[in-house]
Structure formats: structure tokens, C-alpha cells
Design a protein around this ligand. Sequence first.
Ligand SMILES: [Fe+2]
Ligand SMILES: [Fe+2]
Length: 143
Amino acid sequence: MKRKEQLHKLSSEHHGSLVMAKRIAKIAEEGNEEELLEAIKTVQKYYDDELEEHFQHEEHTIFAPIFKVHKEHIGLAKPLLKEHGLIRMLIPALTPDTARDGLATFAALLKDHTRVEERELFPAIEKTFSKEEFDAVLNFKPI
Ligand SMILES: [Fe+2]
Ligand SMILES: [Fe+2]
């Protein structure tokens, strides 16, 4: 299905998330100690530079209108919003001692989360959001 133009930025960020998740999952599985420590830094930088803003973009322009107006999607949005919280808590909790498990959890969570948004959430809102709501997605400016 062709994505609505206003969702292109978020969708292209999703592609980046899937690439990141795959890379981190591989390191969690077979990386040595040095690679695991490097991966923690990579993930924390990725979160600071991109992922937190991506979450806010979705929360302000997609989840908020769902909770206010498009309540039929709440069942879909609620666990996704909770996962934003889980990922936010996981990032500062990544430590050298638990790097392998922590990175594996992060990678799996990010992959599954992103897939549900692309395969279920975006197709659902493409059917129900108004032009104004899509324009708000397009014109989002981080705070
Ligand atoms: Fe999300
Ligand atoms: Fe997303």
C-alpha cells in the first residue's frame, strides 16, 4: 500500500529503526565485550539524536488525535504508547554488566513496535484521519 505523503518522514525513520534493530540484535547475539559497549553508545546516541523526537512526533500528531477523536484506534495505540515508555526507560538502564540482554531487549522491542506501526497503525489512520490531521503530522515541529 502506498503511504500517504504526510507520513513519509515517519515511515523513512521507521526504515532506519528496523536497520538499527537488526544491527543491534546481531551485536547482542555475537558481539564481543568491546562491540557491546560500543553498541550501548550507538543506541544512546540514536535515541538522543532521532528516536525521542520520533516518539514525540507520533505522540503529538498521531496518538493525541486518536485518544481525542479516533477512539476506535485506542486499542491499537495504547500498547504502542506504553512501548515508547518502555524504550525510554530501557535506554538509560543499558549498562556494561547487562549489555547483551539489554541490547537484545531493545532491538526486539524496537523491531516489533515499528512493524506494528507500519503494518497496522499507519494503514488504520490512513483511512480515518482528516486532511487537517495529516497536515499536522507533516508540519510537526519538535519542542
Ligand atoms: Fe512509535
Ligand atoms: Fe514510530
